[in-house]
Structures are given as structure tokens and as C-alpha cells.
Design a protein around this ligand. Sequence first.
Ligand SMILES: C[S@@+](CC[C@H](N)C(=O)[O-])C[C@H]1O[C@@H](n2cnc3c(N)ncnc32)[C@H](O)[C@@H]1O
Length: 228
Amino acid sequence: MIQGDCHVLMRAMPASSIGLVVTDPPYGIDYRDGAGRRIANDHSPQIWWLDQAYRVLKLGAAIACFCRWDVEQAFASALKWAGFTLRSQVVWDKQIHGKGDLRRTFAPQHELILFATKGARFSFKAGRPKSIMRFRRPGRERVHPTEKPVPLLRELVRRLSTNDLPVLDPFCGSGSTGEACGLEGKRFVGIEIDKEYARIARRRIARATPRTRKDKMRGGKERRHAEK
Ligand SMILES: C[S@@+](CC[C@H](N)C(=O)[O-])C[C@H]1O[C@@H](n2cnc3c(N)ncnc32)[C@H](O)[C@@H]1O
């Protein structure tokens, strides 16, 4: 988990070192939640990292990028421009709707996930998932204004992982993708520009990541040493 700007930090990552990208970048919609909280860099769709995502991904690996209906074209074009093969539009049905414009828009109950691959060699390991995924969005317990549900992210990680390389989330917010990876036993690289969210993410990921036997043994030795 690294705190900083992904546009800078991804340039230092080795090529073909990442096995899957699952991310939820600022959509560029100047979003505010009920409490008026905003997120950094939400002034325009954040698409200028996709060339680096393509470079760091292993050939044949996948990317899942959240977006919304009104910025979908920007993200779809940017994915193609970066070199990805666009494969599916997935609908995340939140099962309960948000507010939006109460008189002039449909009550918004879904967001989109664009699924693309680097090259043609990708294939699903365990059957073909359906293009509508139903998971309730986090409620009052959420710590980030645009937090995504861990069960949805676990499903994406399970379905789209095809290798043992780490999963990358360059806009990891409060660390939901990292928590999902911890629970799925996958290695994870997270980047977040906001110090407070990076701190929260670090804590969530540590809590979800099972300690290896070696860590446990080392912990035991340290405890015994401290007790002496
Ligand atoms: C839509 S939110 C992600 C929320 C996350 N999915 C969660 O469940 O908590 C996007 C995040 O990207 C972060 N961000 C914006 N610009 C960034 C940048 N250049 N590099 C890294 N993080 C950035 C924001 O601070 C925000 O927390």
C-alpha cells in the first residue's frame, strides 16, 4: 500500500509485473455524498494512467474499471487508446438507489464496470460470469464516500485472476480491493493519493490478510523474546 500519485508511481513499476487491475478511479463528476464529502481529482474522468496500466500488466491479463453511464465513452475510448481489447460492459446493480436529481432523473441504482484485456490470451478459469452483478452498496458503515462492496470486489478478483502475480488498484481509496484480495489470498499493490484514506486502507488490508506461517513463527519468537 503506497501513498502517492499513481501517475508518478506507476512509472517506476516493472513492465508485466501485475496480474490483474481492479480499480475505481474518480469518474470526473465532482461527486459529493450526503455529508458533502468529495474525492481528489474528480474534476475530469481520470484516464491518464491507462497506458501505464497496460505496460505493467502481464500479457493476457485483465482490467476491470468502474465508471458511470455518462463517462463510459471516455473510459472505453481511453482503454482502447491505451492498447486494451474492450470485452464487456458489466452492470453493478446496487439493489437500492441513490438520490440524484429527484425530479428530472431516474433514481440511480447502478454503476458500470468495463472489462478489458491485454491481448487475446485471456479466458475465464471457472465458467463465464453474467454481465449483471447484484451487490448492495456499503451503507452507514462506509468510511469513503464512493466505497465499493468487498463481496463484489472479491467476485471480480476470483473471476478475473488468471495468474499468481499481484492485483493492482491505483485509486484504492479506503482499500476495498485490497481487503478483497486479502480475503481471497491474493497479493495486492494499492496506491492512494489521500493520506487519511491510505492509512485506513493499510489498516483494512492488514486485518484481512492472513499471516503466513513464517510471520506467525516470527511473531511467536518476538513475543517469547519480549516476555523474557
Ligand atoms: C472513487 S475513489 C475509490 C474508492 C474505493 N474504491 C473504495 O472502496 O474506498 C477514488 C480514489 O482515488 C484517489 N485518487 C485521486 N487521484 C489519485 C491519484 N492521482 N493517484 C492515486 N489516487 C488518487 C482519491 O483520493 C479517491 O480516494
